[in-house]
Design a protein around this ligand. Structure first.
Ligand code: ARG
Length: 411
């Protein structure tokens, strides 16, 4: 028997209907948890509506600072990206919402939590794996997976019948998940992977065609892998991201149109916007290229890929993810310096970089005056490097259908 439920409530159609549905089905108090992750929505309105729908209590948690420091910047230090395209805005938010659900459930002495995910997506996987890791005995309810409401229209009818107040703004025919690291957009006409997304779906970016005809230059300062300044001015983490979303968005930077491989085996068409994410991803990688040895870079790329897959697949709270955190943190020492970028009509390219810990040596690299690299050393280096290939090449190929040759005679 369930005694009390905490629902991850967003104020949208699904979770508004769920709030009512849970009361009808379980007849127990429901706490609505409204997490502020910088989704740019009217939380006051959502809060009022939750109370009207019958939530015993509405808890609003401002998780923005924690989201950036403990999730987004960890992802950034791992150059986290899924299938080379998705900067994981939604995926990074789910383990934090799960943490918050469990915290509120413990505070309120609830024995169950509920979410509004469908049975076809990644978010259910992320929520439920995190909750299992954080509170193994907590019950998890996923009404959308079990109820009879098959379409949005049926949910709307249910809402009308049960006096569930909905957002007054017009519902757009897409599923949109937004936080300060980016926007994920699905459904509607986007389900046709051949069709170009209509301009109306974009929330943060102007189209490259309408972006300014002159490039915008930016300088970003990093300290131990973490971005600190824009054009020499210090920003708090969430303000820094907001500022880059604004500048990037105005230049049409950060749009992605992706066919994605979901955890549950489905390919889906996803549109993403992440202007700040795109800029910081490129800048951070460049900072690493300048300050990490080639061996560290090569090995870290493997770790980064695994780390990204763990985030995507809901394994944020796994022991492996925590172990990789230690490695990544170690590598970020001295990933410090400045990257200069040029933003122009949807494009963002690095055009300059410098660091007090730069491993770039002009004296070694130059083809001009002042060269200190001893070119004669290259001869022996290449000879040893090519030795295995030389040995192999001296073995004569076996005649067709014949026996293999005797071992090559040593000279
Ligand atoms: N496909 C993306 C992911 O799995 C975005 C999911 C968006 N979620 C949503 N509820 N609209 O991370």
């Amino acid at each position: 028997m369930i005694k009390k439920i905490v629902l991850a409530y967003s104020g949208g159609l699904d979770t508004s209907v769920i709030l009512k549905w849970l009361q009808e089905k379980y007849k127990v108090p429901i706490i609505a948890l409204l997490a502020d992750l910088g989704q740019g929505e009217d939380l006051e309105d959502a809060k009022e509506r939750a109370a009207k729908i019958g939530a015993e209590k509405v808890v609003v948690k401002d998780l923005k600072v924690r989201f950036v420091k403990d999730f987004v910047f960890k992802g950034l230090c791992a150059n986290a990206i899924y299938e080379d395209k998705y900067l994981l805005a939604t995926a990074l938010s789910r383990p934090l919402i799960a943490e918050s659900l469990v915290e509120v459930a413990k505070e309120e002495k609830a024995d169950a939590v509920a979410h509004g995910c469908t049975g076809k997506g990644n978010d259910q996987v992320r929520f439920e794996i995190s909750i299992s890791a954080l509170a193994p005995d907590m019950k998890v309810l996923a009404p959308v997976r079990e109820w009879e409401l098959k379409t949005r229209e049926e949910e709307m009818d249910y809402a009308k019948k049960h006096n569930v107040p909905l957002k007054t703004t017009k519902e757009i025919p897409y599923s949109i998940d937004r936080n300060l690291w980016g926007v994920s957009i699905e459904c509607g006409v986007l389900e046709d992977p051949w069709r170009e997304p209509p301009g109306e779906i974009y929330q943060l970016t102007t189209s490259p065609e309408k972006a300014p005809d002159k490039p915008t230059y930016l300088e970003i300062d990093f300290e131990d892998g973490i971005p600190k300044k824009i054009d020499g001015k210090e920003y708090k983490p969430i303000d820094l991201i907001a500022k880059l979303n604004e500048i990037g968005g105005a230049n049409g930077v950060g749009r992605v149109d992706h066919i994605e491989s979901r955890v549950v085996g489905i390919k889906s068409r996803e549109i993403y916007e992440a202007p700040a994410g795109r800029i910081l991803y490129l800048a951070h990688k460049e900072m690493e290229n300048l300050t990490l040895t080639c061996q560290t870079l090569e090995f870290k790329a493997l770790v980064d890929k695994k780390y990204s897959e763990l985030i995507y697949g809901g394994m944020w709270h796994s022991p492996l993810k925590k172990a990789l955190d230690e490695f990544i943190e170690k590598t970020q020492k001295n990933v410090t310096g400045t990257v200069r970028l040029k933003l122009y009509k949807g494009d963002c390219i690095v055009v300059g970089r410098k660091s007090p810990y730069s491993l770039y040596s002009q004296a070694l690299a130059t083809y001009g005056k002042g060269d200190i690299f001893d070119q004669k050393l290259a001869k022996g280096f290449i000879e040893i490097l090519s030795l295995p290939l030389k040995v192999k090449a001296k073995i004569a190929p076996p005649p067709k259908g014949g026996v293999p040759p005797k071992a090559a005679k040593e000279k």
